[in-house]
Design a protein around this ligand. Structure first.
Ligand code: FES
Length: 130
C-alpha cells in the first residue's frame, strides 16, 4: 500500500516536473525536496565551436551537458555527471562541414549560433578535465 502511494506520488511529481525523476541518490524513497532542485546546467566544454564533417542521413548524438570526453559528441558522461540532461540526437539533411556548439549555450543546438563570443562564455572559467 505504502509502495503504491509512493509510486503514485512519484508519477505525479514526474508529471509536474515535465517527466524528470526525483529520486533519493541512495536509491531509497523518492524525496520531494529533491524535486525542487533546479535542473542541472551544462558546463562549457569549449569556448569555440567544433568543426566536423557530417553525413546526410546518419544519426549523431551531440553532447548537451559538456562533460563528454569525445566532444562535440556524447560519450555517456551525462549519466554520471549531469543526470537530467540528455544528448541531442540529430540527423543532418546534407553531407558536409558544420560547426557544432562547444559552449553548450547555443540557441540553435547542435549548431553554433555565435553565442560563444559573448562575455558569459568568454569570461567563464573552463571546468577541469580528467
Ligand atoms: S560554440 Fe556555442 S554558440 Fe558557438
Amino acid at each position: 500500500m505504502l509502495r503504491m502511494r509512493a509510486a503514485a506520488l512519484g508519477g505525479l511529481m514526474r508529471a509536474a516536473r515535465g517527466g524528470r525523476r526525483c529520486r533519493d541518490p541512495s536509491g531509497g524513497l523518492r524525496v520531494p525536496s529533491l524535486c525542487s532542485a533546479p535542473p542541472p546546467q551544462p558546463v562549457i566544454a569549449a569556448k569555440e565551436p567544433f568543426p566536423v564533417e557530417l553525413k546526410e542521413g546518419k544519426s549523431y548524438s551531440w553532447c548537451a551537458c559538456g562533460h563528454s570526453q569525445r566532444q562535440p559528441f556524447c560519450d555517456g558522461a551525462h549519466k554520471k555527471e549531469a543526470p537530467g540532461l540528455s544528448p541531442l540526437r540529430f540527423t543532418p539533411a546534407r553531407t558536409g562541414p558544420a560547426w557544432l556548439c562547444g559552449c553548450k549555450r547555443t540557441r540553435t543546438p547542435p549548431y553554433c549560433d555565435g553565442t560563444h563570443k559573448g562575455e558569459a562564455v568568454q569570461g567563464a572559467p573552463l571546468p577541469p578535465r580528467a
